[in-house]
Ligand binder design. Structure first.
Ligand code: ADP
Ligand code: MG
Length: 661
């Protein structure tokens, strides 16, 4: 059975590299990109095979019938192969056609005939309608892909299809008459669409499949015994694949032919011709149309064929044939079959998808970043001739936005940028994590030490005080005891600072006015005259739940650090802002900045650059601990290199407005 209603062309997904060449070559846009793979939409496909021809990856394959034909040949049914007239173009290595016929017989065909005789008969029919013109012309119906195209995409033109069977069908009817109705007919040709053309043919093979069968059956032209075709033998019809169509093989006078026939082939021209015919521009002309570049280059022929070399092979074959032809014999055969029924009916089956409105098209164009005419590059990279057509195809569900190259490139750029940003974020988060892990370890250690030191320090203070009380007022030891008490107090402060850092202290939450807290802190720091503190509040809501004593400690410590970093004076800009549930504090100084190699260390307890006796290196660790206890975060950016711009440091603190568990 020919492959009626069976899918003719498939994609081998692993091989598809999504180059959109098949989309571009498909005259009916029956190729859809789904999940980055070009898939054939069976319902839209007309089997022209253009996609098979253009896919360099060989990702497009067509339905094969070799197994079925082998089965047929194995069975006891009589079989006849009818071979298309383009065969000399395909089998150029076989110098004598008789060798090919011999090979086909070796495969198991009982008879081997030429379709060209069918073409002879069909050409007479075309000659008849050409010489008996009506007001309106016809469209040739010998190319099945053209017939499918008209039936599905220009259904109103179905009545204009010449109601004449194709040479293949004509020949099938002839051989059935000659060899009996139950003979099995296998057509062999260059075309994929033929596989779905007619139920009258039993199987359809392409030349490529015939080659595969020869290989499978180990048949070579080198040891084949030559044999001639079985009758009826063909005449001039053999030239049909290289003429300007079937009509030229007729004996219609040149002037009638020239004036009436428009020949168009290939995916662009045939559609244009049909469109113009449809629009009534060339209604009185007859259209001789082919979907591909002619049968000798059909998708069922071997790849890489040279068009003009193939032409020469066919014309040489025909020349030799016409030289040797027995004209009376041929005329007799024509007479025998001239009354055979060569009519053919066609059926409209509209598969057009209604065109969207311009508003809809423009909407899609906008998503592709095409807002005005100059954005329409019409580069064709997507496989569609214009941006408009691509947009229409998107609306019809046949295409995807990603097929647009400029759009995809733009998207890619955005992805790269986003990726770079998230990479950067990741790197800084990683750094922060490392830092906080380190600080957590230190916190644990400090808390342990601090806890252990607290008791002995308490005892030292207590006993020193007892001793002091027992001393006489003028006892010289009293001064030493005072020093012990003072230094022990200092130790206790350090210990309590460490406990703060280790977040071992409790927070004492209350609702306070943040702006007021900053004003108070500002007043409480000792600020040299050459340092200007500018407090700016953009707070929409001043109130927040914090431990105000501890927060004051944070602010005064930060102020102190900033002032110490500006020995020659400068500005300290404090900015308060907020969101619904957080307070954002930024403290910017124009000081010396922090050296890059110190950035990682500044929150480490006892890290100071201020020299012995001046800095304790506990300010920032305590700040860090307090902010963490509030479930906030603290970030620092700094520049200490005047070559890179203004030096200075920014501390940014984000605090939750409410107490969070
Ligand atoms: P200390 O102030 O006792 O040195 P801190 O923990 O407060 O300890 O600060 C640690 C170190 O961080 C400082 O010694 C200094 O090097 C650096 N630092 C902190 N704040 C600033 C700032 N605003 N500008 C420059 N350096 C700073
Ligand atoms: Mg400090």
């Amino acid at each position: 059975m020919p492959a009626h209603k069976q899918q003719l062309v498939f994609t081998i997904k692993d091989k598809c590299r999504v180059c959109y060449t098949c989309v571009r070559e498909c005259p009916v846009k029956a190729i859809k990109i789904v999940n980055g793979q070009a898939e054939v939409i069976d319902k839209r496909c007309i089997g022209c095979g253009n996609c098979v021809k253009v896919c360099i990856q060989e990702a497009k394959v067509f339905l094969k019938a070799t197994d079925q034909v082998f089965e047929l040949l194995k069975s006891d049914k009589k079989t006849i192969a009818i071979i298309a007239p383009s065969f000399p173009a395909e089998f150029d290595e076989i110098k004598d056609y008789k060798t090919l016929v011999g090979m086909m017989r070796q495969l198991g065909f009982d008879y081997v005939s030429e379709v060209s005789f069918g073409a002879d008969l069909v050409a007479r029919k075309y000659a008849h309608i050409l010489t008996h013109p009506k007001d309106e012309g016809f469209i040739s119906s010998d190319c099945p892909a053209i017939v499918f195209y008209v039936e599905h995409y220009s259904p109103d033109l179905v009545p204009y299809l010449a109601p004449i069977a194709s040479p293949m069908v004509a020949m099938t009817r002839v051989v059935k008459k000659k060899y009996g109705d139950d003979i099995k007919v296998v057509f062999i040709g260059p075309c994929i669409a033929k596989k779905a053309e007619s139920n009258e043919v039993d199987e359809v093979l392409t030349f490529r499949e015939l080659r595969e069968m020869f290989i499978a059956a180990n048949i070579s032209y080198k040891d084949a015994s030559p044999s001639d075709f079985d009758p009826p033998l063909a005449g001039k019809g053999a030239i049909f694949p290289i003429s300007r169509g079937l009509l030229q093989t007729t004996d219609v006078p040149e002037n009638i032919y020239e004036g009436n026939v428009i020949v168009a082939d290939g995916r662009v021209d045939f559609r244009e011709a049909i469109k113009e015919f449809e629009n009534g521009l060339i209604r009185s002309n007859n259209l001789e149309l082919l979907c591909c570049e002619g049968c000798i280059m059909g998708p069922g022929t071997s790849r890489n064929g040279k068009r003009f070399a193939r032409r020469t092979m066919v014309s040489k074959y025909v020349k030799d044939k016409l030289k040797a032809i027995n004209n009376t014999e041929w005329q007799k055969e024509i007479e025998t079959y001239k009354d055979i029924d060569l009519t053919q009916g066609f059926m409209a089956a509209d598969r057009r998808i209604p065109d969207p409105t311009w508003a809809e098209i423009n909407e899609v164009l906008k998503t592709l970043g095409k807002f005005s005419e100059k954005d329409h590059l019409n580069c064709g990279a997507c496989g569609y001739d214009s941006c408009d057509e691509h947009a229409i195809a998107i609306i019809k569900g046949l295409a995807e936005e990603e097929m647009c190259l400029p759009y995809a490139i733009e998207k890619l750029h955005k992805y790269i940028k986003d990726l770079a940003i998230s990479n950067e974020k990741l790197a800084s988060a990683q750094l922060a994590l490392k830092q906080s892990e380190k600080l957590a370890h230190m916190g644990q250690l400090s808390a342990g030490i601090a806890h252990e030191l607290n008791n002995p320090l308490g005892i030292i203070t207590m006993y020193s005080n007892i001793l002091k009380d027992e001393c006489k007022p003028d006892d010289p030891i009293k001064q030493d005891l005072d020093l012990i008490v003072e230094q022990t107090d200092r130790c206790k402060k350090i210990v309590s600072g460490l406990l703060n850092f280790a977040r071992k202290n409790q927070l004492n939450y209350s609702e306070i006015d943040i702006f007021k807290l900053f004003e108070r802190s500002k007043q409480s720091v000792i600020c040299p005259a050459n340092v200007q503190i500018n407090l700016i509040s953009n707070l929409k809501n001043n109130m927040a739940m914090v431990d105000s004593d501890q927060l004051i400690q944070v602010v005064t410590n930060l102020f102190k650090n900033a002032i110490e970093a500006m020995p020659k004076g400068g500005n300290l800009d404090v900015n308060l802002s907020d969101k619904e549930d957080e307070i954002i504090i930024s403290i910017v100084d124009s000081g010396t900045g922090i050296a890059a190699e110190n950035m990682e260390k500044i929150f480490t307890p006892f890290f100071t650059t201020k020299g012995i006796g001046k800095g304790t290196g506990l300010g920032l660790p305590i700040i860090y601990g307090i902010i963490k206890m509030h479930k906030g975060r603290i970030d620092v950016t700094s520049n200490d290199n005047p070559d890179k711009g203004k030096t200075g440091t920014t501390f940014k603190i984000t605090l939750p407005r409410y107490k969070t568990e």
